[in-house]
Ligand binder design. Structure first.
Ligand code: NAP
Length: 253
């Protein structure tokens, strides 16, 4: 991730590509901040955009011609190549800053460098929050852009390594707990309640997002392996204890 030149007090014309749950969440705050928004997406979000005061473009060409200062890419990780391919990016009439918010970083950086005109600026970002964790605002949460946020500058590689060991792990455990269908009980401990909470928050994100964290981050496979190995180690420790007890019982007979 790199930091941008600050947009401080000025308002911007921001064009959003991919108007899914995360873009909608960002858009609501960006509107409050006074920016002018326009959006394009695979599905028809025109009614919602009209309600929010956002110009919605079904046509990628007119969207790109709409004089955007910044184009914010908010598509799912897996659809990014397809989405970029469908846009006539070389027809851009002015120098534009492209910022992406995908939850993996090396993958979109490499794609953007490949398809964007040479004069475009690229800003790779990952807001470390979502509609749930920042429902009361994103002050002090990590992201570039907003003055209230904690700015973190790191390479895409460092980001992906760290995210595989933190975010991907969190989502994987949340999905496993969901497969187990865990639910609060009258005797839930605080620890267990945080697991239930984790399960609930993770399954709200799309499966596209979760699989993108795995498929498009080269460090994720190793972390999945680490998780399996660690699970096996813990299981073996328990089974060993079982054998020790059995031996004690047998010797007492
Ligand atoms: P998502 O499922 O990752 O992405 C949904 C978006 O992708 C929608 O705009 C959808 O378009 C578009 N899309 C999906 N498949 C497509 C395809 N085949 N062709 C064209 N467009 C396609 O859900 P999300 O939560 O909104 O996340 C969006 C991005 O933000 C992701 O890259 C994610 O990694 C990143 N992010 C999310 C969070 C979070 O908390 N949710 C936090 C940080 C970063 P339509 O709506 O038009 O169908």
């Amino acid at each position: 991730m790199s930091t941008s030149s600050s947009c401080q007090s000025s308002t911007l014309k921001i064009g959003i590509i991919g108007f899914g749950p995360f873009a909608q969440f960002l858009a609501k705050t960006m509107i409050k901040q006074g920016h002018t928004l326009r959006a394009t997406s695979r599905s028809d979000h025109s009614q919602l955009c009209q309600d929010l005061g956002i110009s919605y473009f079904r046509n990628a060409i007119t969207f790109l011609e709409a004089d955007n200062d910044v184009i914010l890419i908010c598509t799912s990780i897996l659809s990014l190549p397809e989405v970029l391919k469908s846009m006539p990016l070389h027809g851009l009439k002015r120098q534009t800053l492209f910022a992406d918010v995908l939850s993996v970083k090396e993958y979109p950086r490499d794609l953007l460098l490949k398809v964007l005109p040479e004069e475009s600026d690229i800003l790779c970002t990952h807001p470390m929050f979502g509609p749930e964790s920042a429902k009361d605002g994103w002050k002090d949460l990590a992201f570039v852009y907003d003055k209230g946020c904690r700015m973190l500058e790191m390479s895409c590689e460092e980001h992906d390594k760290m995210a595989a060991r933190s975010q991907f792990l969190t989502h994987t455990i949340g999905r496993v707990l969901s497969e187990m269908e865990i639910k609060s009980t009258p005797i839930s401990t605080k620890g267990f309640e945080s697991l239930v909470q984790l399960k609930e928050v993770t399954v709200k994100d799309s499966f596209d997002l979760f699989s993108g964290l795995f498929l498009c981050n080269r460090f994720a496979k190793e972390e999945l392996k680490n998780l399996e190995i660690s699970f096996e180690k813990v299981k073996l420790k328990l089974l060993d204890m079982m054998n020790v007890r059995q031996d004690i019982n047998d010797s007492n007979l």
